[in-house]
Ligand binder design. Structure first.
Ligand code: BGC
Length: 348
């Protein structure tokens, strides 16, 4: 189903698409490819919307910290918003202190996408496309992007990203859903149990730019190799947590880059019984514990969002990879096609 969600200041209409399959209900906006709602049942079959969002387009435009949005051209930070590729230096839009975050001031989260619904066997979904002009936000190359949201008959939400360029560039696409498996607006996620299949993470400087080191999680608050409530070590006083006001780091997934999605993380809410399993082809996962939610935003359910009321699990290449030759490469050349897939599976 397609309905009018709102109108942007320039008169562009924003639509909302609703789809359902395998027990999962998804609401997607043409603005930012935003997942505005995602409902799944708990262990007693009761549905709740498990992602943070807003009721109006104005709130998304004015104050969204990337709720549910597609992120591009580059998920997470690039130091000083600059990198050199094939000997040419590129200056990007700087929107986070001295750094570029999530594609710059007008990233893919703030663009209006073309949306086409489809049915494919037992799958239903949406194809979102957007062409990013050469030089947009400082990135080289015209980037043709297609993102497919699929709901499978098992209720999995699968995201397939594809992009091509006419000039060498860097790309790192992800999605920025804020999860609360108890239901958005129900309070903290500190009791959610998280598992991440990663023995290492990328420590950062105070501006959240990776230092380049791949540090062991063993013996630190960053060890999520066995299921652990997020709150258990959240106040452990580790210097890295002080920079981030909690967790806001990239985990180096043990499996590395894979051609097929592999299971890398599980989130479980003990009170509702809801679980989320994430599989991806990506080598990294940004776990952000909602540190910058500060009680100033009111969500779809009419409740205030406070620090730690949700968390993000963003599959990705590592932050600032264009400035770290030792990190898996994010370079895309005209003869290549960028492809990446992440699958979210729900249970109770
Ligand atoms: C980043 C955080 C940032 C947040 C935006 C996350 O992906 O890692 O540092 O504040 O996005 O709300």
């Amino acid at each position: 189903m397609k309905e009018l969600f709102g109108t942007l200041a320039d008169g562009t209409q924003v639509h909302r698409w609703s789809l359902e399959n395998g027990g999962t209900r998804l609401k997607v906006l043409s603005y930012g490819g935003i997942v505005q709602g995602l409902e799944v049942p708990d262990r007693d079959g009761r549905y709740a919307n498990v992602c943070l969002g807003f009721d109006s387009i104005e709130e998304y435009v004015d104050s969204s910290p990337y709720f549910g949005a597609l992120i591009g051209r580059y998920g997470n930070r690039i130091a000083k918003g600059a990198f050199t590729l094939d000997g040419e230096r590129h200056q990007l839009s700087v929107d986070d202190g001295e750094n570029s975050l999530h594609g710059g001031a007008q990233g893919f989260d703030r663009r209006v996408w073309d949306v086409e619904p489809f049915t494919d066997g037992t799958d239903v979904g949406l194809r979102l496309s957007y062409t990013s002009a050469d030089g947009e936000m400082g990135y080289p190359g015209t980037l043709e992007v297609q993102v497919t949201y699929t709901l499978t008959r098992h209720g999995d939400w699968r995201i397939d990203y594809e992009a091509g360029t006419d000039r060498a560039t860097v790309v790192n696409l992800t999605n920025h859903v804020y999860w609360n498996l108890g239901g958005e607006g129900t309070g903290t996620v500190e009791d959610h149990e998280l598992t991440i299949a990663a023995s290492r993470y990328t420590p950062t400087d105070p501006g959240l730019i990776p230092t380049g080191e791949l540090a062991q999680v063993s013996g630190t608050p960053f060890d999520f190799r066995e299921a652990k409530p997020i709150g258990r070590d959240l106040r452990a006083g580790h210097p890295q947590q002080v920079f981030a006001k909690g967790y806001d780091h990239n985990w180096v997934l043990d499996k590395g880059v894979t051609s097929e999605p592999e299971h890398v993380a599980t989130l479980r809410d003990p009170s509702s019984g809801r679980t989320l399993r994430i599989s991806t082809v990506e080598p990294g996962l940004q776990f952000y514990s909602g540190n910058f939610l500060d009680g100033t935003l009111t969500g779809t359910g009419g409740r205030t969002y406070r620090q730690g009321d949700a968390l993000c699990l963003e599959t990705q290449h590592f932050p600032d990879a264009p400035n770290h030759p030792s990190f898996p490469s994010t370079v895309l050349r005209p003869e290549q096609t960028y492809r990446t897939t992440t699958v979210h599976s729900f249970g109770a």
